[in-house]
Design a protein around this ligand. Structure first.
Ligand code: R1P
Ligand code: URA
Length: 339
């Protein structure tokens, strides 16, 4: 971004563009599919309505946003790259660019820890985080006493209704004759590395030979490993905590920007208006669907042809889930509690 930014706390340009995604209010919808790669975003975007013309913004930091309509409902597809820091940029900057409730579904890839064939789709009901413990001495393991090499968090839940919509919509989108199994209600682990904290062996001393067995033993129903879904569920749950507080002590009347892409009647490219907002605190509803690319039991890896087919219909499935999720019109303009 070459424009001048102001406010070191939450940098934005004069026309309200956020620092890393480059978006401003009106360019991103309340309903969002987030993916890891631009090619997956573009594949899913092929299912959006032909009109109005799609809005597309590729930021200097590698975030791609495509906004349009699906079945006439405003929707965005955002490619964020990999890892929970990128998920953090995405959620925080989009939250400040959208008014009211948000619904976010991550369509990602993952590895499976249990005996499921590649190409299976899982819908995680909860996620734990697996993080490298920087206080562990990886060079001299004998120095560690009881210090664990990896930390496993408690689980955080998906939004149950959105989880169920994702499961139902994926079943509906699955082509006749497809052998893909869709498994909901599983637990996923989001790791801070594709390698060490997913139990892969590389030439670094990672003290992870037993990590997968330890993960399976310590986390009930654990089925998959990837890198972002826990942070999505975690931040959504934190934000919803704010909604619960707001219900107990109603938020004061505030004046805030209202994104024009929040109503079924408006177009994604209209300009922002300031509107008096009188409503309870907004919520962020999060769920995920993950395509198994790598089986950690059979060592199989998915083929590019299988990925193309899966991304196309699973993409349609998550779009369906998002538009089927009922969000009352007035909740699309709830107070977002802007920084
Ligand atoms: C690693 O190859 C990447 O694949 C998974 C992991 O979470 C990580 O981002 O998801 P995506 O396919 O969505 O990127
Ligand atoms: N993504 C991951 O993070 N891990 C896998 O094994 C496959 C995809």
């Amino acid at each position: 971004m070459k424009d001048t930014l102001t406010d070191a706390n939450f940098p934005r340009t004069a026309d309200q563009r956020v620092y890393h995604l480059g978006l401003r209010p009106g360019e991103v919808a309340n309903r969002i599919v987030t993916v890891g790669s631009p090619s997956r975003a573009k594949t899913i975007a092929k299912s959006l309505d032909a009109k109005p013309e799609l809005f597309e913004l590729s930021s200097e930091r590698g975030f791609l946003t495509i906004t349009g309509r699906y079945k006439n409902v405003p929707i965005s597809i955002v490619s964020i790259g990999m890892g929970s820091p990128n998920m953090d940029f995405f959620i925080r900057e989009v939250r400040e660019s959208v008014s009211g409730d948000m619904a976010i579904v991550r369509l990602g890839s993952c590895g499976s820890l249990i005996d499921l064939p590649v190409g299976t789709i899982v819908v995680p009901q909860a996620c734990v985080a697996v993080n490298r413990n920087f206080d562990y001495d990886f060079t001299y393991p004998e120095n560690n006493g009881n210090e664990p090499a990896y930390r496993i968090s408690k689980p955080v839940a998906a939004d149950q209704e959105l989880h169920d919509e994702v499961h139902k919509a994926l079943e509906g989108a699955k082509p006749a004759g497809s052998k893909t199994t869709i498994l909901a209600g599983i637990v996923n682990a989001s790791a801070d590395s594709f390698y060490s904290s997913q139990g892969r062996q590389t030439s670094f001393p990672d003290a992870n030979a037993d990590l997968i067995e330890h993960l399976k033993a310590s986390t009930k129903d654990l089925a998959t490993l990837e890198m972002e879904t826990h942070h999505l569920y975690h931040l959504a749950a934190c934000w919803d905590g704010r909604a619960r507080v707001a219900k107990e002590a109603p938020a004061p009347l505030t004046t805030g920007p209202v994104s024009p892409v929040t109503s079924r009647q408006s177009s994604p490219q209209q300009s922002t208006t300031n509107t008096q907002v009188v409503s309870p605190h907004s919520v962020i509803r999060a769920a995920g669907a993950q395509m198994i690319f790598a089986s950690r039991t059979s060592q199989d890896f998915i083929t590019p042809e299988e990925v193309d087919a899966l991304e196309h219909w699973a993409g349609k499935g998550v779009l369906d889930a998002l538009v089927n999720l009922y969000i009352p019109a007035e909740r699309l303009h709830a107070n977002q509690g802007s920084v």
